[in-house]
Design a protein around this ligand. Structure first.
Ligand code: COA
Ligand code: MG
Length: 310
């Protein structure tokens, strides 16, 4: 059997299937999150925390990070406030807890990533943390200007490992009273935001992470939404409630039949070097199919690595 992609997977960051938002000032939810199978938590200092409690949340988040230094099973990220606000620099006190990464909301363009990366370079040295170790994922569609800059993330910083998108803040910024059509689908601007996030991430070779599914008491709806996101190319999804995490993990893990098929495709090409196109079970296969099959095997291998760690 030809093993393709496993070495690459180890060198690259393992894709995060699920990232669970946890309000940074909620002792109960922070505690509950410890037992969640989410690949990553995002401790929030922004919208889920009332401004009057931000300073309390900073202290709680820092303490929490320090109390959980082992991140093998679950990474711990922090969403700070937008760089344009005075809160952002104060939020960076959490660097002392060595978060795996920071989620940066309401960015305008890749310039925000470069600026945050500069801050982190200085702070990591001060805190004695490996320089470059704190990664960044922006919420890349929350301001109108951001929509016009999604092709700009290519090569902006090695800290950039993903892009995610949101449909709430952009709607508020535009002045829309709803972001949905009468049939419940996202309206044009938000479908555009989703598509640009996906293609911007592909261009920058970072992980595209789908936005949250807000209706947390609707598991069937979430499953359908997550499956369609994965088919579209997203490799992970934001969760806002613990009950969403297993559904998301499942949706973003390749099934046994997918893995088997992909292995057959990879083996077929490996056994027929020099062939650009081959037939399998009556289907024509060429390079895009091989790439897709390799990707599925990489994902399967990274899931295996993650489960070994838990
Ligand atoms: N992380 C950890 N634990 C959570 C949680 C979360 N995001 N959401 C709910 N829980 C816990 C609750 O504390 C409760 O535990 P308990 O019974 O031990 O107290 C349990 O899960 C069930 O919660 P439930 O009653 O169904 O939900 P809720 O009404 O308490 O909360 C929300 C609903 C939406 C407010 C909550 O899920 C939440 O805070 N989500 C995150 C919001 C956020 O961070 N948004 C910013 C990004 S969009
Ligand atoms: Mg928001």
């Amino acid at each position: 059997m030809v093993q393709i992609g496993i070495e690459n997977t180890i060198k690259r960051h393992v894709p995060l299937r699920s990232m669970l938002f946890v309000p940074g000032d909620s002792e109960r939810k922070l505690e509950k999150a410890v037992s969640s199978p989410a690949d990553a938590l995002i401790l929030d200092l922004e919208d889920a925390v009332a401004p009057s409690r931000t300073h309390i949340a900073r202290g709680m988040v820092l303490e929490y990070l320090k109390s959980r230094p082992d991140r093998q099973r679950q990474e711990i990220w922090v969403r700070i406030n937008p760089l344009a606000t005075p809160s952002a620099l104060r939020d960076l006190v959490v660097v002392a807890g060595a978060p795996d990464g920071l989620v940066l909301p309401k960015v305008s363009s890749y310039h925000d990533i470069v600026q945050l990366a500069h801050y982190l370079e200085a702070l990591e040295v001060r805190e004695g943390i490996d320089p470059g170790s704190i990664r960044i994922i922006p919420v890349a569609t929350e301001t109108p200007q951001a929509l016009f800059s999604l092709g700009g993330y290519v090569g902006c910083s090695p800290r950039l490992v993903g892009l995610t998108w949101g449909a709430e803040d952009i709607a508020a910024a535009i002045g829309a009273s709803t972001n949905r059509r009468p049939n419940g689908e996202y309206d044009m601007v938000y479908q555009l935001a989703r598509a640009l996030c996906l293609s911007g991430a592909a261009a920058a070779e970072v992980q595209p992470i789908d936005t949250m599914f807000g209706d947390f008491a609707n598991p069937e709806g979430l499953e359908a939404d997550a499956k369609s996101a994965r088919q579209a190319g997203f490799t992970g999804k934001i969760a806002i409630h613990p009950n969403q995490v297993e559904i998301i993990n499942r949706a973003f893990s390749p099934s046994t039949s997918e893995v088997e098929w992909s292995q057959r495709v990879v083996d077929l090409f490996a056994n027929n070097p020099g062939l650009g196109t081959v037939g399998l079970d009556g289907k024509m296969l060429d390079m895009p199919h091989l790439k897709q099959a390799q990707r599925v095997l990489e994902l399967a291998a990274s899931k295996f690595d993650r489960e070994k760690a838990s």
